[in-house]
Every structure is written in C-alpha cells, then in structure tokens.
Design a protein around this ligand. Structure first.
Ligand SMILES: C[S@@+](CC[C@H](N)C(=O)[O-])C[C@H]1O[C@@H](n2cnc3c(N)ncnc32)[C@H](O)[C@@H]1O
Length: 405
C-alpha cells in the first residue's frame, strides 16, 4: 500500500523500512529509548508497519500490532522534527485508521502522554470505561536491559545485550515524566493561573489542527518575566505558530511598545493575527508572513531600530543564522533567547543525522566563540520532556563583528 502527498509517501512495504532510522526515532522517544536492536527487529517483524518517506529518506513511522480481525494496538508513532507542523502525523494516523486490514475491528487502542488532540482528530476517544482495563507494564524494561552487566563470555550475550546507551537515553522513565508533568501543573497553578485569552488562543490552535509545539504556560510566563525584567520596548520573535508565546511577550510591553513576529506559514500567521486581535494586542504586534531569513533580511535592509529582546523558536536548522541576524538587529544589552537547545539530550551527539540537532550544535559553536555574546543555557524538564533554553546578552563591540550575510 502506498499513499502520496506532495513530496511524502506512506508505505507499508517492509522492504522500504529503514531500521536504523526507526531505531534513531525510538531512541528519542520517552517510551522506547534504549530498546535493544533485536527487540526492535522482532517488533517490526511482528507488526503492520507504516513508513513515511520524503524522497528516499524515512522521516516518519508507526506500527500496528494486530490480529487483523478483532483488535489492534497503534504505537511508536514518530515524525522527524524538521517535518513536523505540516499535518503529517495526522495524515499518518488517518492512513492507519483507513487501512483495509484494520476495518471491522472491535477495538483500536493506543496510549499517549500529550498528543490526545492529534488522535482525537482521527476518531480516537478516551476509553468509556477506563476502569475495565488492566495491564502488566514494565516501563523500565529497556533501561534495565541497558544497565545489565555485559555477558561473561565473549559473544554469549549477542541476543540479550542492549545497544550502547545513546545520549538520548536520558534515564527518563514514565515515573519521572509523570512527576515533571505534575510539577509543571503545580507551577502553572501557582504562577501562571488560568487565563481565558491564552486558553482561547491555545484552543484556536488545536481547532485549526496545529501541532502542540507552543511553549508551555510556565515557559510563557518565564518569557514574560524576562521581557519585563529587561524593560523591553521592542521584541522580535522568530516562529509564531498561533501567537501563544507572542501574547505572553507582548503583554510585557509598555503601551507604545512593539513586537514583530515572523512565521513562514500564511495560515498560522493569519490565525496568530486573529488571536492577537482577540487578546487586544493587534496594534502592538506585527505578524510578518514568510521565511524568517527573508523577513530578517528585509528588517535589516530597512534599518529597523534595534530590538531589546529576541525570542528564537522556529526551525532549528537555521538557529545559527537566526542568532546572527538577531545580533545584527540588536544593541548592547539586548537579550537573545533560543528555545529547544537540549532536545532530549541529543545536543551532545554529533551523529544524530538530525538537521535540527546539527543546527543547534552549529549555533552553539558560533555563540561560544563570538566576542559580543555572553551566553548560558538552562536544561529544563516539564510536561514537554527534557529540553533547554539558551540566554545570550549582547555586549558592546563593533556592530558588525561576527555578522555574516
Ligand atoms: C515551535 S513553533 C513556534 C511556537 C510559538 N513560539 C509558541 O510558543 O507559541 C515554530 C514555528 O516556526 C515556524 N517556522 C518554521 N520554519 C520557519 C521559517 N523558516 N521561517 C519562519 N517561520 C518558520 C513554524 O511554521 C512554526 O509555526
């Protein structure tokens, strides 16, 4: 079976599957990091697998464990980071639900930590009687395998031995993730209480089918605090989505302050504009639609006044170019904030093959040696897993130092 949408293909042909790509996806997941190679191979052989391809490169995956008559379990759903935000996850799950071998089943099940709205759009609902379900669950099973001592005699443990632990195997267990999510909930309740304007913006994003990649409420509040602490009057944001972080930041501005936000997707830019108008911030914020690199070049060409705070939260491949442009549009004292710089710990790995991770690493190298940037980064855990934020302050120096292009 093959389905084509633009440059993407979904195929169930097992010969097309790229096992090393699947292993790479799962190493980043919160549920199967550390899965041994043989267990993975077995799991692929025993399931109906769906690969998503961009040309010949595999960029997405999921598999269905099923008897093809009464029951199916959907799992290991993954879309590579640079391809997210285009509705590919929803297309993949819709393709699964429509697969001829999965028609007439009595039950199709899945478990998810944070993607309920995605699955809801494909027809899934919370179980009507959750109390009826029971399980034997070993959430730490791959971690246990990875930590077990190597086999005593050479070669004896070839089957049982785990892959060398990947950096993405961040010792994350379900219990830890649950705790991080609960703590985020408590911090929100204390420090970022329910807000109808922000809730409406988030709901509009969900309704429009946007992926859940906006900052969490506690991070939104953190951005607002940074903007207030720096007394920002002009803010630049790269990566708008539906304007959720934009609202947090714009609220910190004085009445005559200005926020410019850049978004490549015209539909998202429109939705953000609507959300900002509903939030009463329409006149304070300008949403510029188009590739950020081009919008930044236009701002530079127009000799835009320097920004006091720059928040970078778009495609990670271009992270370094975004910081370079932020510097060109800054003054001494400008604060540059870059989101998602830890990426489940994968930032320490030069061989992930993930353009987003490579982009962040290249940005880190550039910042580390830049004479006008003094930076640090904080690792974060929370409802969205393990990540981090970089903060850099622009220091005095020749305006063009280190700026290319
Ligand atoms: C993580 S989301 C931004 C989330 C938003 N800052 C928030 O927290 O509410 C990243 C956004 O960047 C946009 N984006 C990706 N590549 C871009 C590019 N080259 N130029 C401008 N925007 C881009 C995506 O369309 C997406 O809406």
């Amino acid at each position: 079976m093959e389905h084509v949408r633009g440059p993407y293909t979904i195929s169930t042909d097992p010969r097309r599957l790229d096992e090393s790509a699947v292993r790479r996806f799962l190493a980043q997941s919160y549920w199967a990091a550390g899965i041994p190679a043989d267990t993975l191979r077995c799991s692929l052989a025993g399931a109906l697998c769906f690969g998503m391809f961009h040309g010949t490169e595999q960029v997405g995956f999921c598999r269905v464990v099923t008897d093809r008559a009464t029951f199916a379990w959907l799992c290991d759903v993954w879309i590579e980071e640079p391809h997210r935000g285009e509705g590919l996850g929803q297309w993949l799950v819709e393709t699964v639900v429509a697969h001829p071998d999965l028609q007439g089943l009595r039950r199709l099940l899945l478990a998810t930590r944070d993607a309920h709205s995605l699955y809801a759009r494909c027809g899934f609902r919370a179980p009507t009687r959750p109390e009826a379900f029971m399980e034997i669950h070993h959430p730490d099973i791959y971690r246990t395998t990875a930590e077990s001592p190597p086999p005593a005699s050479p070669g004896a443990g070839a089957v049982a031995r785990a892959e060398p632990p990947s950096p993405a195997l961040a010792e994350r267990t379900h219990a830890e993730q649950d705790l991080w999510t609960k703590v985020d909930g408590a911090l929100e309740a204390w420090l970022a209480p329910a807000d109808p304007v922000l809730a409406a913006a988030a709901a509009a994003a969900t309704q429009a089918g946007l992926p859940e990649i906006a900052v969490a409420p506690a991070q939104g509040r953190f951005l607002e605090v940074l903007a207030r602490a720096t007394g920002a009057r002009r803010i630049l944001e790269i990566g708008t989505l539906a304007g959720y972080s934009t609202i947090w930041l714009a609220r910190a501005l004085p009445a005559d302050g200005r926020l410019v936000t850049l978004e490549i997707d015209p539909g998202r830019a429109r939705l953000a504009q609507e959300n900002l108008e509903r939030a009463g911030l329409g006149t304070r914020v300008e949403v510029i639609d188009g590739p950020a690199i081009e919008s930044l070049a236009a701002l530079r060409a127009a000799r835009a006044a320097p920004f006091d705070l720059v928040f970078i939260d778009a495609d990670k491949q271009n992270s370094r170019a975004y910081v370079e442009n932020a510097l060109a549009l800054s003054r001494p004292g400008t604060l540059v904030v870059v989101d998602n710089v830890v990426r489940n710990g994968r930032v320490i790995n030069a061989d992930t093959g993930d353009a987003g991770v490579d982009g962040v690493r290249s940005m880190m190298d550039w910042i580390a040696s830049h004479p006008r940037l003094r930076a640090s980064a904080l690792q974060t855990v929370g409802a969205k897993g393990h990540d981090g934020m970089l903060l850099a302050v622009v220091e005095d120096g020749p305006p063009g130092a280190g700026v290319s292009g």
